[in-house]
Design a protein. Structure first.
Lengths: 319, 206
């Protein structure tokens, strides 16, 4: 385990807030914390509880300008602002600023590694800092680091169920025999689905994770972005299809596949007792390897503390 | 010659000789290793609607050592060319099966489909959409137009009535190595008819 690091955390959503909350437990200090409109900085570590309290009561984390966090004296920038597509801003610029200062970057934001992987790697090469992004794929599940341990050249494919919202909806539809709209409303009530569930149910979120995996597997030989992915969501899956699948001992899961040749995300038929047929919000990733057979990694694919544990795991892997 | 299952390295030469001997004399015994065992095969024929045609078609099968398992003579289902489809299930070793097909063709019998591993693979897919409105029988006919594919089972689930979105499960039997092509054709037809296909994962990955 490395020495304690000084963290600057950008983003005060579920993941950023959990990182701030848990950092000390992992032996690190948070010297800066910012959301989109405010920041709090302290060279000897901010008071996490008061910043989080302020965020929930006043909607700000402190009195400083958000830029103060970027320019603070930190070892690791934790980028946990919302994922954006295309130019991946402002996450990409945050990463760029940190690398130019020779600082490490740990991403929870998928945008930079899904949409601008080559640019990220280029900036990393010119910097003394390192970029890690375990938290971008599969929440708490150690997928990227497992691929790294196996060496990407020994992993031929990665496939899995990578969106808890879509999986919750499909497994509820199958179990209860109720329609998509009803289950979606239930998922929204439970906080499993967002008010605008498009990103999850249309397969975009799962596709971004597969794009990241494809980028890792291809080791710079080829760069993938969301536009390279063949994506279909679950909105066209009626209850009648799940019934037919069940008659045959099968079910339907939104499965993403990533190889060096491409990315495909869509509803697929899988045996009901298959490893891939996880239920509820659970995620799973299957790695096909050349020497180690098939590896199945499953667990919680989302959530503040879960994803923060992946972020802090990355921080621990830094020199 | 005895029938030995398995293939020990030391017995390979002997077994190869035995197979050659078996082939050269038309074969009476099983040749030996696993993939030389008799397997069921399906042959689809089209016969002219004339007396004696069926018998003429069956003779080459028994003459070449095939074990006739069943005959499905679809008299009521005449092809567009006015012929009668016949499906024959035969048990034979791959070698003998090839000889049977060759003999049938020599006799002028129209062999529509035949293959050692005919329909060796099975794949199930779901189709979702306006299945009935987009001419379901045309969809099925076109899927079966691929000679390597046969529809083994079909179920339709249309809870909202025939004109609304419905789902169908299609189990296709395909020739070995032809599953990807069969799925490709299903995708193509589905795209054209704006149907959604829910496919299994390739390579039996679960």
């Amino acid at each position: 385990m490395s020495d304690g690091k000084r963290l600057a955390v950008l983003g005060a959503g579920a993941v950023g807030s959990s990182v701030v909350d848990l950092a000390v437990e992992y032996g690190h200090s948070v010297v800066a914390f910012a959301d989109s409109s405010s920041a709090v900085t302290a060279a000897d570590g901010i008071d996490a509880d008061s910043a989080l309290d302020r965020k929930s009561s006043d909607g700000v984390v402190g009195d400083d300008d958000p830029d103060a966090a970027l320019s603070a004296d930190y070892d690791v920038l934790v980028e946990a602002t919302p994922t954006t597509l295309g130019d991946a801003e402002p996450g990409f610029s945050h990463l760029e600023t940190a690398l130019e200062r020779d600082r490490h970057v740990v991403l929870a934001n998928k945008g930079p590694v899904a949409e601008r992987y080559a640019d990220v790697r280029e900036l990393e090469r010119e910097s003394a800092g390192e970029v890690r992004f375990e938290a971008t794929v599969g929440g708490a599940i150690p997928i990227i680091s497992t691929v790294e341990d196996l060496s990407p050249s020994h992993v031929t494919a990665a496939r899995g169920v990578l969106n808890g919202t879509a999986n919750f909806i499909l497994s509820r539809m199958a179990a209860e025999g109720i329609d998509y709209e009803h289950v979606l409303a239930e998922a929204q009530d439970l906080g499993v689905a967002e008010a605008d569930p498009t990103f999850d149910v249309e397969g975009t979120d799962a596709a971004l994770k597969c794009v990241i995996l494809a980028n890792v597997l291809s080791e710079g030989e080829r760069e993938f972005t969301l536009s390279d992915a063949d994506v279909e969501g679950i909105t066209n899956v009626p209850g009648s299809a799940l019934e037919l699948a069940a008659e045959d001992g099968r079910t339907i899961r939104l499965v993403g596949e990533a190889t060096r040749d491409g990315i495909r995300v869509g509803p697929r038929l899988v045996p009901q007792n298959a490893a891939l047929a996880v239920t509820g919000t659970r995620n799973i990733v299957q790695l096909e390897t050349t020497h180690a057979g098939q590896l199945n990694l499953s667990g919680r694919g989302a959530g503040g503390p879960e994803t923060a544990s992946a972020v802090l795991g990355d921080v621990g892997r830094l020199d | 010659m005895t029938s030995a299952l398995g293939s020990d390295a030391e017995s390979d030469t002997e077994s190869d000789d035995a197979e050659r001997a078996s082939r050269s004399r038309g074969g009476i015994d099983d040749a030996g290793d696993g993939d030389r065992d008799p397997q069921p095969h399906t042959i689809r024929l089209e016969l002219a609607d004339e007396p004696g045609q069926l018998l003429a078609a069956l003779e080459p099968i028994s003459e070449n050592g095939g074990n006739l398992l069943s005959i499905f003579h679809e008299r009521g289902n005449v092809t567009p060319r006015g012929r009668i489809p016949v499906e024959v299930d035969v048990e034979a070793t791959p070698d003998r099966f090839d000889a049977i097909v060759a003999a049938l063709r020599e006799e002028g019998v129209n062999v529509v489909q035949a293959g050692a591993e005919h329909y060796a693979e099975e794949v199930a897919v779901l189709l979702v959409g306006h299945l009935v409105d987009t001419d379901l029988s045309d969809t099925l006919r076109r899927i079966e137009s691929n000679p390597a594919t046969s529809i083994a089972d079909f179920s339709l689930n249309a809870p909202e009535g025939r004109s609304d979105t419905s789902s169908a499960r299609l189990r296709m039997a395909t020739r070995a190595g032809e599953t990807a092509a069969a799925l490709g054709l299903v995708r193509e037809i589905a795209d054209e008819k704006e149907l959604h296909v829910v496919e299994p994962l390739a390579g039996g990955a679960v």
